[in-house]
Design a protein around this ligand. Structure first.
Ligand SMILES: [Zn+2]
Length: 109
């Protein structure tokens, strides 16, 4: 039996070498890595939250469930995230630029 992958892209397909390429039309990456469905099924250490605020612009971004569950399963998985208003990626974590919508809790902590 083959080993289950720890990570996939958001649609469950294998991680590709070019997934970080930026689409100039949206500023988003071609694909985003998430913890695999199997890894996420092991449980969450934070609530599953879909939306965050970028403190530099005040803009709200809502993510898909696979990304939201990856943050909930491993809050330190990502070093940065996308702001759909700035159309760019910025850091998360203690020194990061994002808080979960409706809280003062930093994304990535
Ligand atoms: Zn922004």
């Amino acid at each position: 039996m083959s080993e289950l992958p720890k990570t996939t892209l958001t649609d469950g397909t294998p991680v590709t070498p070019d997934h970080r390429e930026i689409d100039p039309a949206t500023g988003m990456q071609k694909g985003y890595v998430v913890l695999s469905e199997y890894e996420r099924a092991k449980g969450f250490v934070r609530p599953v939250r879909r939306s965050y605020i970028h403190d530099k612009c005040g803009g709200l971004t809502t993510m898909g469930i696979a990304l939201a569950e990856t943050y909930a399963a491993d809050p330190y998985f990502y070093s940065g995230t996308f702001c759909c208003h700035c159309r760019n990626h910025f850091p998360v974590g203690d020194e990061g630029e994002f808080v979960w919508d409706g809280t003062d809790e930093k994304v990535g902590t």
